[in-house]
Design a protein around this ligand. Structure first.
Ligand code: ADP
Length: 398
């Protein structure tokens, strides 16, 4: 073997005995902190923590004739480095090559293949094994790389298709909102006419009772349809993000109490008591209409989903620059696994209220959106058969 060829590969090559005592350093091109010399143990270049492994390496060469690709820690530039050790048995002696990587050693072995030296024959066989293992690994790495590239391309295509479908969905949703808004708007006027005339006819004292009942039913049904249409208009406005916030300064307690009072007759009809407690006035700069809509929906639901002879407790308080509104009922309650869903549009957990009141499944989704629009939060706690508590926190100025 010529020194010049080995030097090119930056390896350390030496002959040693079965205990690792160096007899002759053949090539010394690997820059290690300790320079290995004849008469020294091979362990001199190995980090003490790797000594056991190094001894195991020597034993393996002795028992099997060769050991390849062992990683042992050596010190270079004051730092530990995992060098690759490969060795083969030559008669009583061991021949060991240390390189930075398995690749370095494979290159050396490839070079050895071209050197016609009897002494190196045993050595070649041992290293050929290592080169084959290395090539096998390279082949499987190449296959894995090809597979990764294929999967990556598929992912990019899927991502492009998703983006296309998502754009299409946005467009269709906008179209649906425009249609919903137009239809609801156009239906509102004729319904007002029907509800108005039905109410007028129902007030006619001379009509026969059967007809009066029919007029009242027409009036009630058209009022419900008007409510539904107003909700649908809200939903389409919210989805089109056109929810206008109309800011003014007002007393939140007065606004809330006035709206709550409008519901007292419904509560009374079901023998439900409504208790309002809290601060006597709270100055707020926000959207008063939205505040009315929030409390109207929550109190309306509390009455709708409560049984007679129960109490609804409403608390209105100011705390930490925010209005805290709490509506607590002793009604039918909501199952824990349904709590998150009730804020989604068109979700109804029951077909109607406890007295057969109609429901659209839109109210709470609108409430959640307008609470967010004026910078607040809404939370609910509930237990089936015990009751529900809705808590709204709104900043005093939005
Ligand atoms: P609606 O009351 O018109 O159905 P909401 O969006 O206001 O629509 O409410 C959604 C659903 O949540 C209701 O259908 C009802 O099942 C449930 N829910 C709302 N409020 C209460 C409450 N206070 N107690 C029990 N269930 C309620």
């Amino acid at each position: 073997m010529s020194d010049a060829r080995v030097r090119h590969f930056e390896v350390l090559a030496f002959r040693c005995d079965a205990d690792g005592i160096v007899e002759h350093v053949v090539a010394d091109d690997l820059v290690l902190d300790h320079k290995l010399a004849a008469g020294e143990s091979m362990l001199a270049i190995v980090d003490p923590l790797s000594h056991d492994k190094a001894r195991q390496f020597l034993r393996t060469i002795v028992s099997r004739g060769a050991a390849s690709g062992w990683e042992l820690t050596v010190m270079t530039g004051g730092r530990p480095f995992a060098a690759t050790f490969t060795g083969a048995k030559q008669g009583d002696a061991l021949f060991i090559i240390v390189g930075r990587s398995a690749r370095d050693i494979t290159d050396v072995v490839e070079t050895l293949e071209h050197i016609n030296n009897e002494q190196l024959n045993a050595f070649r066989g041992a290293f050929r094994d290592q080169r084959e293992a290395f090539e096998r690994r390279m082949r499987s790495d190449a296959l894995a790389y090809e597979e990764l590239t294929r999967v990556n391309n598929e992912l990019s295509n899927a991502q492009r298709e998703l983006a296309r479908q998502s754009n299409e969905l946005v467009r269709l949703n906008e179209e649906k909102n425009r249609f919903l808004g137009m239809a609801a708007h156009d239906l509102r006027n004729p319904l007002h006419v029907i509800a108005g005339y039905a109410e007028l006819l129902a007030q006619d004292g001379d009509a026969d009772p059967e007809k009066m009942r029919m007029y009242e039913e027409i009036a009630a049904a058209s009022r419900f349809m008007l409510e539904l249409i107003n909700d649908l208009l809200d939903v389409s406005r919210i989805e089109a993000r056109k929810h206008h916030v109309d800011v003014s300064s007002f007393d939140a307690v007065a606004v809330l109490r006035q709206k709550i009072n409008a519901y007292l007759s419904f509560a009374k009809a079901k023998a439900i008591e409504v208790d309002v407690t809290g601060d006597s006035s709270i100055a707020m700069t926000s959207d008063a209409d939205k505040l009315r809509q929030i409390v109207g929906n929550l109190v309306g639901n509390a009455i709708k989903y409560s049984n007679p002879a129960t109490t609804i407790e409403i608390s209105i308080r100011e705390h930490a620059e925010a209005l805290h509104l709490e509506v607590k009922d002793q009604g039918i309650g909501i199952a824990a696994d349904q709590l998150d869903r009730i804020f989604e549009p068109f979700v109804r957990l029951v077909d109607s209220g406890t007295a057969g009141e109609r429901s659209t499944g839109l109210g709470l989704s609108i409430v959640a959106q307008i609470v967010a629009a004026i910078g607040g939060t809404i939370r609910v706690e509930s237990e089936v058969g015990v009751g529900s508590t809705f808590r709204v926190v709104l900043p005093l100025s939005c």
